[in-house]
Design a binder for this molecule. Structure first.
Ligand code: CTP
Ligand code: CA
Length: 225
């Protein structure tokens, strides 16, 4: 049986979540990526499902099982993630927890680049589409509630406030991912909820508990929207 609350706060809602890193190919065997584990995004998808929502999870490459009862779309690159997100719309809530690679190598080499005694040509990088900003701004099918994340290594709340405005989302979940924090790849997270109304800082919690509380909060917000 699916782990769904019969009277869950998100029953009848479609929740779209992005999670994990993206991999941007250099050649058939090499890629550019980041340290995201996908734990927080996957925990949110699972919590939304337990709250009764229909959940679509667009996930980059992670070492995690698909959450039960969740429709998971596996992608590798940022461009594939954007296409999968657009294909999954409409949604009542969009939660963009993925650590999307900001840049990708220009043009993937068709064959494995060979070590031939000299250094390879320097990697040229080009900016990836911003999935959150694309969906939050001027998209015909913008979900009524759009939630972004801000992974920062310094001045966390200040950067999150700027991102809230720049990206056009309704709420930013900001966290400190500096090396000492243990957040990247770890089981716990310390988040600040940043909206136009202000900032709410939560204590350090298990990522599952952050997910449960966030889903509870989003259910209240979407009922009011
Ligand atoms: N995001 C996205 N697509 C991108 C980059 C980021 O959807 N190409 C989303 C992330 O999923 C997250 C939010 O935007 O919800 C903020 O991501 P972050 O990396 O913190 O912000 P950036 O705008 O990329 O700024 P920077 O990395 O320079 O801090
Ligand atoms: Ca980024």
């Amino acid at each position: 049986p699916l782990p769904v609350a019969p009277d869950g706060a998100l029953r009848g809602r479609h929740v779209l979540v992005t999670s994990g890193p993206t991999h941007e190919p250099i050649d058939p065997v090499r890629y550019v990526a980041n340290r995201s584990s996908g734990r927080q995004g996957h925990a949110i998808a699972a919590a939304a499902r337990r709250a009764g929502a229909r959940v679509t999870l667009v996930s980059g490459p992670v070492a995690l099982p698909d959450p039960p009862g969740v429709h998971v779309v596996h992608i590798e690159t940022a461009r594939e993630m954007l296409a999968a997100v657009e294909a999954a719309l409409p949604a009542d809530i969009g939660i963009f927890a993925a650590a999307v690679a900001d840049w990708r190598p220009v043009g993937e080499a068709e064959q494995k680049i060979k070590k031939d005694g000299s250094a390879p040509a320097p990697l040229s990088l080009v900016e990836n589409p911003d999935i959150l900003a694309t969906i939050a701004r001027g998209h015909g099918r913008r979900p009524p509630l759009v939630v972004g994340f801000a992974a920062e290594t310094e001045r966390v709340v200040e950067h999150a406030r700027a991102k809230l405005a720049r990206k056009g989302c309704d709420l930013i979940v900001a966290n400190d991912v500096s090396p000492g924090s243990g957040v990247m790849g770890g089981a716990r997270n310390s988040v600040h909820l940043v909206t136009a109304d202000g900032v709410e800082s939560w204590p350090t919690l298990d990522k599952d508990e952050v997910a449960r509380r966030l889903v509870e909060r989003l259910a209240e917000l979407v009922d009011r929207s």
